[in-house]
Design a protein around this ligand. Sequence first.
Ligand SMILES: NC(=O)c1ccc[n+]([C@@H]2O[C@H](COP(=O)([O-])OP(=O)(O)OC[C@H]3O[C@@H](n4cnc5c(N)ncnc54)[C@H](OP(=O)(O)O)[C@@H]3O)[C@@H](O)[C@H]2O)c1
Length: 372
Amino acid sequence: MKRKISILGSTGSIGRQALEVIEKLEDKFEIIALTAGSNINLLNEQIKKFKPRYAYANDLKAIEGAEPLSLEEICSNKENDLILVAVSGKIGLKPTVTAINNGIDIALANKETLVMAGDIVMDLARKNGVKIIPVDSEHCAIHQCIKNILQVDKLIITASGGPFLHKSVEEMKNATVEQALAHPRWNMGRKITVDSATLMNKGLEVIEAHHLFNMDYDKIEVVVHPQSVIHSAIEYVDGSVIAQLGIPSMHIPIQYAITYPERYEGIKTHSFSFSEIARLDFEEPDWDKFKALSLAYQAGNIGGSATVCLNAANEEAVFAFLDGKIKLFDIIDTVERMMNLHNTKANPTLEEIFEIDGEIRLKTQELLLKLA
Ligand SMILES: NC(=O)c1ccc[n+]([C@@H]2O[C@H](COP(=O)([O-])OP(=O)(O)OC[C@H]3O[C@@H](n4cnc5c(N)ncnc54)[C@H](OP(=O)(O)O)[C@@H]3O)[C@@H](O)[C@H]2O)c1
């Protein structure tokens, strides 16, 4: 039986790689829907090649060869066995909740969904018997290492350190958009690449891990590992450490997430070789230079709407940086100022989360106008 899958964000970095995985495993998958934002040409090419029944793009009328549907309609279609949520930013939350409410399993790349509403999303998934399989390589690694969560003492999340790992604060302060987008290990979408340069991405991943694995923040550690070969690890209560290793390629975690619990050769090109890798380095994160990481732990520990604030302020500031309106360090200063101004609401409902998200974005945009 083919697994019926829809891909939200098929024109993005994760979405395109997911289609490469599916091409290798075409006897295992039937594509129900593909979706884009504005890249309608690529979406129409994908429709021609993969023949989904439904599709979404910001301009529904421009879709050729598939029936246009909204993201909500796609995620309400119970024909789907699985939905890969690979849109970037806050737009991932609503469709993910819709899919969970319809009992459809999720392969989750969109970490912002759990940063904004992790308590609600994980609770809904439990109640609806829905599996959430992480696509993020770190969480995918942890998912593979854990047998019994009750025996786990600590999650160890690795970070490549991004393009400014060994650069001075001054160099980082004056970084251009091009320098921030030149990630040494991963080729990703623009928003996540800037988040990786500030290490906010690692902070968002810590919050994501807290929700996915129900682990306290003081039991989630970040270690810088520039080679990105160990994708993450766990420490059991008896001191044994289990890590997952692999070449730095998103094809592997994507394939793991969409084929789970099966495993196939699929996208594998060559065998892993310890002698080719030769060495693995580790270091403590520089907490002063990468303040985003502390801010994310702070927001996570406060809980409630604090992580909604962190996420919204960061997303708006990253867009402003990408538009050349502010400097790289202004992103983190902006997030910190918005967090200081925010009155946290404990246990917000989904409606309140969207409302707070909107308010924070407006206030952040006002602040950014003054900086620009
Ligand atoms: N890339 C990675 O290696 C990686 C690794 C781990 C986790 N993730 C996470 O995966 C998610 C996607 O990352 P990415 O790097 O693949 O991002 P990306 O390359 O920017 O792709 C984003 C996708 O979302 C679509 N999209 C954007 N705005 C939209 C809107 N308003 N409505 C509907 N669709 C919209 C884009 O469509 P158009 O391009 O057509 O506008 C594109 O298909 C992020 O949450 C990221 O944190 C990514």
